[in-house]
Design a protein around this ligand. Structure first.
Ligand SMILES: [Zn+2]
Length: 79
């Protein structure tokens, strides 16, 4: 069984999917009954998601919007 300290050590790897199946199972069973780690896991997961979403969107709005509008104008004039 792992404790909260072990969980904190492994959470980064766990979020990356970079843990052995055995460790993953232990983390999940700890999460199932530890409210503190559930909260930590939840906020860590959200932070990672925000960072990942930003990383996958490489065009800033100021550039993407005029392009989208030009494309839309073309589509509109073609129909
Ligand atoms: Zn815990």
């Amino acid at each position: 069984m792992i404790n909260c300290t072990d969980f904190m050590v492994e959470i980064g790897n766990y979020l990356d999917g970079d843990v052995a199946a055995e460790v993953r199972a232990q983390i999940e069973s700890h999460l199932a009954h530890c409210q503190t780690c559930q909260v930590v896991y939840d906020s860590a997961r959200k932070t990672v998601k925000v960072l990942t979403d930003c990383g996958s969107f490489d065009l800033p709005d100021a550039i993407a919007k005029p392009i989208a509008e030009k494309v839309m104008a073309k589509i509109r004039s073609a129909t």
